[in-house]
Design a protein around this ligand. Structure first.
Ligand SMILES: CCCC/C=C\CC(=O)SCCNC(=O)CCNC(=O)[C@H](O)C(C)(C)COP(=O)(O)OP(=O)(O)OC[C@H]1O[C@@H](n2cnc3c(N)ncnc32)[C@H](O)[C@@H]1OP(=O)(O)O
Length: 360
């Protein structure tokens, strides 16, 4: 639901009542959203280099580009609401003031050292993503896009990074396969859009094998750090599916169409080093030093000026954003069309019954 003018005015009053100073970064974000919501895109002349305060405010406002007034109003209300709830939250044991943890069962979200860490936390199922996990991730990214953290990082618990879509997601749908396909397509579209829209640096810490959508999404990340134990597998043809998360666009752009086809059409599984050679992975680390090296690196990155990183990300990505929305919408329509088909149903049956067959 969109925030009304009344919600916006309530939020303006709430800001004055915050018990804790939210810090300069958040204040700049609030200022920028307020200006965008009331005056629209930045229309002021740029202040001089030495007018530090007004220049920072101008930069923050200008960085919102052509964000619609209603969206800015909504983001302002969401930001104030997250600040109010965090300043009212009871203290959490030993955790520092800047750290908050919002824990659900299968997706863990924590904030520490300026980093929102989002963990696939379903190790007994190799971190396969359920419908609820898709929704939890959408929410986590929405919160992280306006809170006071600098970047968001995805990783997995246990030996896998993620085994992709939970193949049982739509098997128990009560309304039949057509309805399940339609709901799934909408969820998939919103899920992928939340990655396209995420305004801060987005990093994957790939601790082990990655399958399906957890691989295709990587084309929308700004950094991918992989253990040398990680593998990257997109067995879509085997599953009677077509590639999602804009990978039909990002992968050929990244690695050329021949190598993209090898992954997306023929389902070739890449080692971490092969994925690095194709430009899908930023850097590969030995398994025994992976966690220490990567997190040390990320904590250093999280100390870089957040506004500049946000602006630079916008500059890098903005030319293709519209294209990504279009590709995503097309793919979701294709998923809707494919899901009820026999090839997909057969692949599902094979997976669901393979354990039973193995026991025979
Ligand atoms: C909103 C719609 C989005 C649609 C978009 C996404 C497309 C995709 O992501 S396609 C990719 C889907 N994923 C897969 O095809 C992987 C399927 N899993 C496997 O092939 C194997 O399980 C895997 C190679 C990951 C691991 O093999 P093993 O080491 O032999 O382990 P197990 O097979 O015994 O797995 C342990 C446990 O986890 C369950 N599991 C694993 N992956 C999934 C999954 N993707 N969906 C559902 N369940 C999964 C597996 O069934 C085992 O469960 P139990 O039998 O209860 O022990």
């Amino acid at each position: 639901m969109r925030a009304s003018q009344q919600d916006f005015e309530n939020a303006l009053n709430q800001v004055k009542l915050l018990k804790k100073d939210p810090g300069n970064e958040v204040k700049l974000r609030l200022y920028a959203l307020y200006k965008q919501a009331t005056d629209g895109p930045c229309n002021m002349p740029k202040p001089g280099m030495l007018d530090f305060v007004n220049k920072a405010k101008w930069d923050a406002w200008n960085a919102l580009g052509s964000l619609p007034k209603e969206t800015a109003r909504q983001n302002y209300v969401d930001l104030v609401s997250s600040l109010s709830s965090s300043s009212e939250a009871p203290s959490q044991g030993k955790r520092g003031a800047d750290e908050k943890a919002r824990e659900s069962k299968d997706i863990l979200v924590t904030s520490e050292d300026g980093i929102t860490k989002i963990t696939f936390n379903r190790p007994t199922k190799k971190n396969a993503i359920t419908s609820q996990m898709y929704r939890d991730i959408i929410l986590a990214l929405k919160n992280a896009s306006t809170d006071n953290t600098v970047m968001a990082v995805f990783t997995g618990t246990g030996d896998y990074y993620c085994s992709g879509n939970d193949l049982t997601n739509f098997t128990s749908a009560t309304g039949g396969i057509e309805e399940a396909a339609s709901n799934g397509a909408v969820l998939l579209r919103d899920f992928v859009n939340s990655f396209i829209d995420f305004p801060k640096p987005l990093v994957a810490v790939v601790n082990g094998p990655a399958v399906g959508i957890s691989v295709t999404l990587l084309g929308l990340f700004d950094g991918v750090f992989a253990s040398d134990r990680a593998t990257f597998h997109t067995p879509f043809s085997q599953l009677g599916q077509s590639p999602e998360a804009c990978s039909s666009y990002t992968f050929p752009k990244m690695m050329g169409s021949a190598k993209a086809a090898e992954m997306l059409l023929f389902g070739k599984k890449l080692t971490a080093r092969e994925a690095w050679a194709q430009g899908l992975v930023t850097e590969v680390f030995p398994e025994n030093t992976f966690e220490t090296e990567v997190w040390t690196r990320l904590k250093t990155y999280a100390k870089l000026p957040p506004n500049v990183m946000r602006i630079s990300k916008e500059l890098i990505r903005k030319h293709e954003k519209q294209k990504l929305y279009t590709v995503n919408a097309e793919k979701c329509a294709a998923a809707l069309e494919r899901m009820p088909r026999e090839e997909y149903a057969k692949a599902l049956r094979n997976f669901l019954f393979r354990k039973a067959k193995a026991k025979l």
